[in-house]
Design a protein around this ligand. Structure first.
Ligand SMILES: [Zn+2]
Length: 398
């Protein structure tokens, strides 16, 4: 005789283990290791889910289980809205060889009504879910990470060789707000490396050219332009926009100290890049002033002044005259800077804090050198001696 649905359900429930919501909640509070799997449909998931749950809809369970749940001995709890689909899912997983599966009973509806914690997926539009799907597929980013990127604010100092690739990739990645500081005009000699600009932009301000390119690339990005040269008089106004990260592509000595001091005092990480001929360097300065209590260093790593406390005397000053540069070099360095900025926004990986990455394009060699904080640093040290902005005009040897 054929089984009725009722018989089938009863058989399944008899063949699996169930866990009550109270017990599940208690185990989650105790951080008992387990993978929680939500087997509901996509639109149900979008209304909310258990914190940390993995979404594997019932219809795809058998197909995707081995890929998404590779360890067949690991503890798994499946849930749905009311406990029926999850019971069938638990049975299927058991049949596939999973040895430690339980089905939550009843399910998400009661969980939510009980006032237990739950998460909601990021509020991304269908167009955004599509545009950023390759980010969303990365568990380290996901919808939540993409939402972080869309809410992030990154300030780019310079829309030139380093700023171009950094801006393009940050815009493509969906950084919600990009500030750009530059007061130059696009020159034909820029186009060999400044890939954000084109031949039809020669003679127009770089910030405007940048805005056009970025808005065309990704309309999710709001662009905030600062068509001015950074100095002690405008640094506070420009930096005080809640920037999460600054990408320094100015690569000139006079502003380096200004950017450093302002970012230390405002505790904003600065991803610093520089290029010369065939060689490039990147590091992330992430420091803050010593806290007022006990002089404890509040930052995460050294600042620029930890390495070079003061500019060299005039007769030893570096030449700021334009040097040749391999056109691709800023592409590599600026892209690494953008990578650092994304990691900092997402809170993943190890930023180049206290490390200097050097790149030799001729030998095709990357090296990493350690950088140390100086407790006697005039800005971030235990007893700072510099507390106001200094303009180092006439700094370059001519
Ligand atoms: Zn320092």
């Amino acid at each position: 005789m054929n089984k009725t649905y009722g018989d089938l359900l009863q058989d399944v429930k008899g063949a699996i283990q169930q866990v009550s919501l109270e017990e599940l909640k208690a185990e989650m509070d105790r951080h008992v290791p387990m993978t929680i799997v939500d087997v509901r449909e996509k639109d149900e998931w979008r209304q909310g889910y258990l914190p940390g749950a993995l979404h594997l809809p019932r219809g795809f369970l058998e197909m995707q289980a081995e890929q998404k749940l590779p360890d067949k001995g690991a503890p798994i709890v499946v849930y749905c809205a009311g406990g029926i689909r999850s019971a069938f899912a638990a049975k299927s997983l058991q049949d596939l060889g999973y040895t430690n599966v339980r089905s939550a009973n009843p399910g998400f509806g009661r969980w939510k009504d009980s006032g237990y914690p739950w998460d909601k997926p990021a509020d991304l539009t269908p167009a955004q879910l599509d545009r950023y799907s390759r980010h969303i597929l990365l568990p380290e980013v996901g919808e939540k990470g993409q939402e972080k990127l869309l809410e992030a604010r990154v300030l780019l100092l310079g829309a030139g060789g380093l700023g171009s690739p950094a801006a393009l990739y940050l815009a493509a990645a969906g950084i919600g707000k990009l500030g750009i500081v530059d007061n130059d005009v696009v020159d034909a000699s820029n186009l060999q490396r400044q890939v954000m600009h084109g031949t039809d932009r020669v003679g127009t301000p770089k910030v405007e050219s940048a805005k056009k390119t970025i808005e065309n690339l990704n309309p999710d990005v709001k662009v905030h332009l600062f068509d001015e040269r950074l100095n002690s008089g405008n640094v506070d106004r420009i930096f005080d926009h809640g920037w999460d990260v600054i990408v320094d592509g100015l690569d000139n000595f006079p502003t380096r100290y200004l950017v450093n001091d302002a970012s230390v005092w405002k505790s904003i990480p600065v991803v610093h890049g520089s290029i010369f001929r065939f060689d490039g360097q990147v590091t992330t300065f992430w420091s803050s002033p010593p806290s007022s209590v006990g002089g404890t260093h509040g930052g995460k790593g050294p600042c620029y002044r930890c390495l070079y406390p003061e500019p060299p005397p005039a007769h030893l000053a570096p030449s700021c005259a334009e040097a040749g540069v391999l056109g691709i070099l800023p592409g590599v360095v600026g892209t690494i800077q953008a990578t650092e900025a994304l990691k900092i926004v997402l809170g993943i990986g190890d930023p180049l804090v206290g490390r200097l990455l050097t790149y030799d394009s001729l030998k095709m060699q990357f090296r990493t050198l350690k950088l140390r904080r100086d407790k006697d640093c005039p800005v971030c040290g235990d007893h700072p001696t510099i507390t106001t902005y200094v303009d180092y005009e006439g700094f370059c040897a001519r």
